[in-house]
Write a new protein. Structure first.
Length: 105
């Protein structure tokens, strides 16, 4: 337990280097279209990679989670607001859960 400060310092250094090195090493504007598009989409893919597993295991039942996810995707594809998409996902989970309970009875 006495090495906790060393661990915190090492974690801070790694985090700082990951953010500071690109700023110091790349001084000119990026012209490569592939690299520009890669950097543009990194935040979206990172968010999706963190969110998607949480979506599938959030309800305890894969079927209800998939129904909520499907409802959210359909509403988001139709350019609905964030509140509408969230409410639709909740309603999709609720409807699938009620249907699942009705069918299992």
């Amino acid at each position: 337990m006495h090495n906790i400060y060393l661990y915190i310092l090492l974690m801070a250094a790694v985090t700082y280097l990951i953010r500071a090195l690109p700023l110091t090493l790349i001084r000119r504007e990026l012209t490569n279209p592939f690299l520009k598009s890669f950097i543009y989409y990194v935040p979206y893919t990172t968010l999706a990679a963190m969110t998607f597993p949480a979506i599938l295991f959030s309800t305890g039942e894969l079927v209800t989670a998939a129904a909520g996810f499907a409802a959210a995707v359909v509403l988001a594809y139709r350019n609905r607001s964030l509140m509408t998409v969230a409410a639709g996902a909740v309603c999709g989970v609720l409807a699938a859960d009620l249907l699942l309970r009705f069918l299992v009875r």
